[in-house]
Design a protein around this ligand. Structure first.
Ligand SMILES: Cc1ncc(COP(=O)(O)O)c(C=O)c1O
Length: 344
């Protein structure tokens, strides 16, 4: 019998557990576009309360929650300040340019994290009519291209102070915020207090099949519902998915440190590997490493795939592995074995 495939390409690949499927099956549903789906309403109320905001809206994806947030915070011609590797800029189909007509200013960052000083320096002079209107700052926590690095809450507080002084809005792409909170012990209320809007993905580390939630003040979420509809994100009996999200919040948050521990095991093995030049410090569930000159990421990924381990080339010599709900200790043992045999 061939061993099952180990898929480390992303934490989005998880399948619902039998218990999550059971919760989905039992979901009482209604038409969410009419505001009548009890599960969606319960999820939105729960998330808003958790983050200390007034309201929330359930959407099909993290891309949609991010892009809706950008759309409601800005007007065409405004400028968004973010980091060059930010998901909102790099991996959302050019959405902030195409859907919201915004330009982008990148700030220098360390593994996706930048400083309040960098934000202050990036704000355009409001009196210069020839410059774009700086309007929104986006923070990503954990940072995807930064190898799952986490932000310092105090630095984000300083960024918020710059935003308040400069009349900027602050959005959190918290696709993996629960992973960050599992490491530093910060709370949803602390993050909620610092941002004008927050996007949380249920379909990444938390293991739901789909769905993200945008959280914020009532007027902003009211506008967000209209934009969601306009973009085709009104999902009718979405309660089946919301039930999976509620189940994930209840049962899959406390286990996140297991994913982090397994990612660290992989990171440690890679650090001593003959083909590996450098491994980014492993803090959460993402492991990013670069290969030595003469080794291509595509060949490395293909060699692992032929042994049943899937991962992702994210640069000519850069590779990403992500641990998640469907990767247990035995799977990590097999990954390490395969890596060892490749170094021979
Ligand atoms: C940091 C970050 N933000 C947003 C998203 C978008 O989520 P989705 O795939 O649900 O559109 C992702 C997806 O991987 C992500 O890593």
């Amino acid at each position: 019998m061939t061993a099952p495939l180990i898929d480390l390409r992303s934490d989005t690949v998880t399948r619902p557990t039998p218990a999550m499927r059971e919760a989905m099956l039992r979901a009482e549903v209604g038409d969410d576009v009419f505001g009548e789906d009890p599960m969606v309403n319960a999820l939105e109320e729960r998330m808003a309360a958790l983050f200390g905001h007034e309201a929330a809206v359930f959407c099909p994806s993290g891309t949609m929650t991010n892009q809706i947030a950008i759309h409601v915070h800005t007007r065409p011609g405004d400028e968004v300040i973010c980091e060059e590797g930010a998901h909102v800029y790099r991996y959302e189909g050019g959405g902030m340019m195409a859907t919201s007509g915004c330009s982008v200013k990148h700030v220098a960052a360390d593994r996706g994290r930048y400083t309040a000083e960098a934000v202050a320096a990036a704000v355009n002079d409001r009196n210069a009519a020839y410059l774009a209107n700086s309007r929104l700052v986006v923070v990503e926590n954990t940072t995807n291209r930064g190898g799952g690095a986490i932000w310092d809450l105090a630095e984000v507080g300083r960024i918020r102070a710059v935003c308040d002084a400069q009349d900027l809005r602050l959005h959190l792409d918290g696709a993996r915020l629960f992973n960050a909170m599992a490491v530093d012990g910060t709370t949803p209320a602390q993050w909620g207090g610092l941002f004008h809007s927050i996007s949380i993905c249920l379909s990444k580390g938390l293991g739901a099949p789909a769905g993200s939630v945008l959280i914020g003040p009532s007027p902003l979420i009211h506008q967000a519902r209209r934009v969601r509809k306009r973009l085709g994100g009104g999902m009718r009996q979405a309660g089946f998915l919301a039930a999976a999200g509620l189940y994930a919040l209840e049962h899959h948050v406390a286990r996140l440190p297991e994913d982090h521990r397994r990612a660290r095991r992989i990171g440690t093995a890679l650090s001593g590997h003959a083909h590996v030049e450098e491994v980014m410090p492993v803090v959460t569930n993402i492991v990013i490493y670069s290969l030595r000159t003469g080794h291509s990421a595509i060949d490395h990924v293909a060699a692992l795939a032929s042994a049943g381990v899937r991962c992702m080339a994210i640069g000519p010599r850069q590779v990403r592995m992500v641990t998640h709900l469907d990767v247990d200790d035995a799977a990590v043992d097999r990954v390490l074995e395969r890596l060892r045999s490749m170094a021979d």
